[in-house]
Design a protein around this ligand. Sequence first.
Ligand code: ZN
Length: 289
Amino acid sequence: METQEIDGNDTPISEQNSNNILLAAKTIKAAETLLITAGAGIGVDSGLPDFRGNQGFWKVHPNYLKEGLSFADLANPKWFDRDPHKAWGFYGYRYQLYRDTLPHRGFQLLKKWQDQRVTPGFVVTSNVDGHFQKAGFAAASVHECHGSIHYLQCAESCRNKIWTLDALTFDIDPVNLVARGKLPTCPNCGKVARPNILMFGDYYWLPDRADLQRQSLILWQQKIIDRNIVTIEMGAGSTIASIRNYSENMPGKLIRINPREAQGPKGTLSISLPALAALEAIDLALANF
Ligand SMILES: [Zn+2]
């Protein structure tokens, strides 16, 4: 595996990456349908911090470092019970960040390639930011396996209801990231609401919305079983390997784009670059065929 420093557009493209970029373009060109899978790393080029890596997370939020709180400590449903203003400081900040950030051009390239194939494709993402839909992907063809920050549920799951978090603005103390004032509440019991996101140690997450998306994904998989399918995976880490495992279990070729962990099972087309740089290079190669 390569250990070179990767830094945006100045990244030197190694020979192995160049070869695999060409092979990836050829593979995509021949594909009848494309599955796109993504983890947190895809959002880095949009300007989003990689929340899964504590280093990056603490750099953005030094106050949490002072409190000794990691991403996993904060992404825990207990805060909605213990200190809902702190819980909503964390999630309200992320909601506003995702809402105010535009998905990078790589999303448009992926959508263009998917639209050019004979059979519609699908997206599987562990990201909760809703950026695939924001970039124009049809909601019916996206599976958000960890839920979405744009949907709410009762923190106590008083009933199986999920509703949208429409145009809500949070007043968040910029120093300690604690939400001030009114918080979203459950329309049924009046207690605090929480994002419909699968958190760590989460027994209260309502999976109904994600389950419906998963059923659509299974139907799609049944339809494309005999097709030449190619999976393009971006920014999926090995710590929580659900996206990587899913990509590896798909039939057909796997293109794995990841600046640090591009390795995969035999036959994987590994590209050790950030998502946007890799997608732009593949697009250029496609245009030259
Ligand atoms: Zn309730």
